[in-house]
Design a protein around this ligand. Structure first.
Ligand code: ZN
Length: 174
């Protein structure tokens, strides 16, 4: 059980070289702190899209143990890849600086979550624009109906200052 995050999963070999495995509760905390950090750092539309993508990774809605993803399945945009990659690395760093943690009603286990953030950073670092799968962005946008936050101005949670997904605030609900 738990969730697995990886980079460029090789379906032909059915294996991953490096992966981040997390318990279900650890995953909720991990996504919580990324949402809190990115809610304070995102400026551009593509950056806000990443935060909505992460907010969708809500185990209360999607199911326990079903929210892991491959880095290449994130909504990367070829036109802004370099700055978006820098942004994601800043979001990870911001989470380690505990951005927004004062809004949490619990205290994350720093040792565990920092370790996961470091591993996540190592999954993001090798990503290049050549790895982008165009469908990751286009299909994800196509799935968003008119009420989806990506189509109605990227609303935020008043309590956590996080970008919400169609499921609401990930920090409030997972
Ligand atoms: Zn919230």
């Amino acid at each position: 059980m738990g969730n697995t995050f990886c980079f460029n999963f090789d379906y032909t070999k059915n294996s991953v070289k490096d992966a981040l495995h997390m318990s279900n509760s650890g995953t909720s905390v991990f996504i919580n702190v990324l949402c809190l950090s990115g809610g304070r750092l995102a400026e551009t539309e593509s950056q806000k899209r990443f935060m909505v993508f992460l907010a969708e990774k809500n185990q209360n809605v999607c199911g326990i143990g079903t929210v892991g993803f491959d880095i290449v399945d994130m909504p990367w945009d070829k036109d802004s890849f370099d700055e978006d990659k820098v942004f994601i690395l800043k979001v990870i760093e911001g989470a380690k600086q505990k951005l927004g943690w004062e809004t949490l009603d619990y205290r994350p286990n720093e040792e565990i979550v920092f370790d996961c953030l470091d591993t996540f950073r190592k999954l993001i670092e090798p990503m290049t624009s050549d790895d982008i799968i165009d469908a990751s962005l286009t299909e994800w946008l196509e799935e968003a109906d008119e009420n989806d936050p990506v189509r109605c101005g990227f609303p935020k949670c008043m309590i956590h200052d996080t970008y919400v997904s169609i499921h609401g605030c990930q920090v409030c609900t997972d």
